[in-house]
Design a protein around this ligand. Structure first.
Ligand SMILES: CC(C)(COP(=O)(O)OP(=O)(O)OC[C@H]1O[C@@H](n2cnc3c(N)ncnc32)[C@H](O)[C@@H]1OP(=O)(O)O)[C@@H](O)C(=O)NCCC(=O)NCCS
Length: 211
């Protein structure tokens, strides 16, 4: 279930983060991140969860540096069956047809800055002399992926994140990109739902046990 959406999201997510080394092993996507604390990501559907866990557990040094994202209806139950991997959190794979996303303007007195590269759109909102909110969207032939949507705590619930999402969607649609995906945190999910995004599946976020 959701194999294609998961693949589209993984490709865009990797592109948004600059992780260019990805390969398929036993129907698991293995993304070499290269950070000493976050060396590798294994992305898989539930049918391939055991293969992903096996790959992660055979490449688990230093402890806690191999991460997994697995699409499953019940992340906590799956995590219990994949011990000794550590359950970290649940996220949600979401999608939208971008022309249908609700649009909201940047509220005063904030100002928007956009960096529009061929495969990446970066949006930053400034106000009261500081960076208040930001977000990114990668644009690939497989669609768009929103990533790193964030509002500084002092500026929350003023409509900044929805203005960031609106700017990203407008720019992506101008490039004839329609379908978008993202992986939502528990905190971000109400924002995306309020903009019209729908949830495809929960995602288990796990990692190899840390010391
Ligand atoms: C999630 C986050 C980006 C929201 O930023 P924000 O600028 O406060 O969001 P907005 O003000 O644009 O909210 C728009 C709508 O989203 C929903 N929403 C946003 N934050 C919410 C919250 N904490 N609880 C419930 N609904 C929320 C509401 O419907 C809100 O509209 P309303 O304020 O009129 O009710 C911000 O809380 C954040 O940076 N969190 C930490 C990082 C994170 O989790 N990012 C998401 C990664 S997927």
């Amino acid at each position: 279930m959701h194999d294609e959406a998961l693949t589209r999201w993984q490709r865009g997510w990797s592109a948004a983060r600059g992780w260019n080394d990805a390969q398929r092993v036993d129907d698991v996507t293995v993304v070499r991140v290269g950070d000493p604390h976050h060396r590798v990501e294994y992305v898989a559907t539930e049918q391939n969860a055991r293969a992903a866990a096996h790959l992660a557990l055979t490449d688990c040094n230093p402890p806690g540096t191999s991460w997994l994202k697995i699409a499953t209806a019940d992340p906590e139950q799956l995590a219990a069956g994949l011990r000794p991997l550590d359950y970290v959190r649940t996220e949600w794979l979401m999608t939208i047809s971008l022309p249908e996303q609700a649009l909201h303007p940047v509220p005063a007195p904030y100002a928007v800055e956009v960096t529009d590269d061929p495969s990446l759109i970066d949006v930053q909102l400034y106000g009261y002399g500081e960076l208040a909110a930001a977000g990114r969207m990668s644009i690939l032939h497989t669609g768009a992926v929103a990533d790193m949507i964030h509002t500084d705590t002092a500026h929350r619930r003023r409509g900044l994140a929805r203005a960031v999402m609106s700017t990203l969607a407008t720019r992506a649609v101008a490039r004839h990109t329609t379908t978008a995906h993202l992986s939502a945190s528990a905190e971000g999910r109400p924002l995306y739902t309020s903009l019209g995004w729908t949830t495809l599946t929960p995602l288990l976020v796990a990692r190899t046990a840390s010391l």
